[in-house]
Design a protein around this ligand. Sequence first.
Ligand SMILES: [Zn+2]
Ligand SMILES: [Zn+2]
Length: 169
Amino acid sequence: MSKDNESSFKDDLRDIWPSEGMCCEVVGCTGPILKTHAKYTAHWKLKHVTQINVFSCPHKCKQKYAEKWKMNRHLKLTHKYSSEMVSAIEIPVSKEENMHYVCPGNVLYRKVSKVNTEARDAARKARQDYIREQNLPVRDQPSGDLQVCRGHYVDFNNNLTESKVVKRW
Ligand SMILES: [Zn+2]
Ligand SMILES: [Zn+2]
């Protein structure tokens, strides 16, 4: 197996981030549901990597924060920065040992699936087109993405990149 294949194989083992959000699965992680993948990623960077970025306040107070938004808030509250000043300044950042590191064990960082989003959007578009073209009554709202109406389904090709509506009775 080539190195590329190997890494994509490993990547395939990663679970997909559910669109409705979820709690971190790592043992020892309790906490609220992380609603977006961005929040999940921020959490993962804070807790499950051995080194973290630390932002240091460029002023005398020498405050340090692991999260950029906290530094931004600090600059505004303590140093009376405006939003423009905050976005203009370059905050010194350094790598430090993560004091809050929790070993993720065999839990892998979840990825978002672009393919599924494309497939879902393609399915939605195919359904809308089909309903319009066939002048189907929209009386029964299809419950899922995949059923267009009774007996009509959206089918995908093998790569989940294209879809079409088929009849299946
Ligand atoms: Zn966690
Ligand atoms: Zn400061």
